[in-house]
Design a protein around this ligand. Sequence first.
Ligand SMILES: Cc1cc2nc3c(=O)[nH]c(=O)nc-3n(C[C@H](O)[C@H](O)[C@H](O)COP(=O)(O)O)c2cc1C
Ligand code: SF4
Length: 441
Amino acid sequence: MAMATRILLRELDTPNIHKMDVYMKNDGYEGLKKAIGMKPAEVIDEVKASNLRGRGGAGFPTGVKWSFIPQTEPVKYVVVNADESETGTFKDRQIMENNPHQLIEGAMIAAWAIQATAVYIYLRGEYWDVAAGLDKCIAEAEKKGFVGKNVLKSGWDCPMYTHLGAGAYICGEESALLESLEGKLGQPRVRPPFPAQKGGGLYAEPTVVNNVETLANVPWIMVNGAAEYKKFGTEQSPGTKVFCLSGHVKKPGNYEAPLGSLTLRQLIFDEEYGGGVPGDKKVKAVLPSGGSGPIIPATDEALDMPLTYEDMQKLGTILGSASIIVMDEDTDIAWVAAKVTKFFKHESCGKCTPCREGTYWLDKVLDRIMADQARESDIDLIANIAKNMQGVTLCALGDFAANPIIHTVKNFPDDFKRHVGETAVTAGGSARRGAAAPAGD
Ligand SMILES: Cc1cc2nc3c(=O)[nH]c(=O)nc-3n(C[C@H](O)[C@H](O)[C@H](O)COP(=O)(O)O)c2cc1C
Ligand code: SF4
C-alpha cells in the first residue's frame, strides 16, 4: 500500500510516531490547533462532510452523532470506547500502543466540537499496560497545553482520564460502558434517553461515545480536509480501515487499506496481507465481523466482494469492526457455533430473559450436538431458540448470540447433521475442531 494511504498504523511508515517530538514533526496536534481556530459547529460540519463512519461496529456517521449533543448544556463528555471486546478484534490496541497521540488529539478535537468538559478513555481491564502508556502520553500532552486547563490558550478547560474496566464483553456496549464508568454493574441501560441526550449519558449528562479507531481518523480529516479524506474508500464507506485478520491465514495481523480497495480474497491470499491458508487449503467460511456477525460461506461471490459496509450487507453480513476470522475446509462449523455460543452465554449480562435463558439453552443443546448425542430435531430446536431471541432483547448482544446459530444452521446444515444419530459415530468423532478459535472446548 502506498504510504500516503496509511492514516492510522503510521508507525509502519514513521518509526517512533508514539513519541511526542516525532508526532509533532509529522503534523501532530496540527488538527487540534486548526479545530480550535474554528467554531465548534464548523468542526462538526467538516467531520460530517467527511462521512467518517464509526469503527466500533455499527458504522454510524461520526459528525452526525456529534451534532446530536445539545450545545446549551453546560456539562458534556466525550467517552472513548477502548473496550475492544469483539472476538478477533485487536486494532485499537495497536493504535493506542503505537500511535497514542493521534487518539488523544482526535478525542480532544471531538471534545472541542461538542464543548466537552472532560474526556474519559474506557479500556478493558486486560489493557492495563496500554492505559499506563496512555497516562504518560496524556501527561505529556497536558504539559504542551493540548489537554487540561486553558487548552491552547483558548480559555477552554478539558482534562482527560483513563479508566480500566474489569474485562467484560458487554462493557463495550456503550450504555453498559457508561454504567461501568460510573462504578456500577456493567449492564445496558433502557433507552431512550440515549447517551447524547440529557439524562442518558455519563452521570446523566450529554455524552459522545466513539471508538478508538474512529477518533484516530479525526486529526487527519482536520489537517487535510473532508474532501481529501473522501478520496479514499467509497461514497458510502470513505477513508481507510484497519482489518484485523485472524484464523486460518499464514500471516494474521492488522492491515490498513482504503475501504473498497481490497476484496476478501486479496486480504486472505495476497502476500502483502494474509499470504494464504496454511497447508494451502481452501477457505470454507469467513466471519467478517467476529463472532457477532453472520458467518458467510466462502463462495467466489463472497471472496470477490470488496470490503465495505455496503458490500458486506449485500452478502447478508456486516463489516462491523472488521475482525475477519478465516476458517479452512477442515473446520467443523457446528463446533464454531458451539464455541461462539459458549462465549455469548458467558458474556450475557443476564438483564433480559431471551438473552439470559436463550444463550444458556443454546449452549446446553450444542453441548449435546458436539457430544454426538443429538437428535435430528435438535438442529431445528437451536434455530428456533435463536429466532426467538432476535430483535427482542435490550441490547444487540441478544442478536449477536442468535446470529452464529441462524447462519451456520442455514449455510452449513451438513456440519450439524453429522453429529446426529448413527452418522455421528463415524463423522462426528473425526470432525476436526476449528483451529480458528482458542483450543479447549
Ligand atoms: C455487545 C456489544 C459490544 C460492543 N463492544 C464494543 C467494543 O468493544 N468497542 C467499541 O468501540 N464498540 C463496541 N460496541 C459498539 C458501541 O456500543 C458503540 O456503538 C460504539 O462505541 C460507538 O462508537 P463509533 O460510533 O465510533 O463506532 C459494542 C456493542 C455491543 C452491542
Ligand atoms: S441482550 Fe443480553 S447482554 Fe444485552 S441487556 Fe439483555 S441480557 Fe444483557
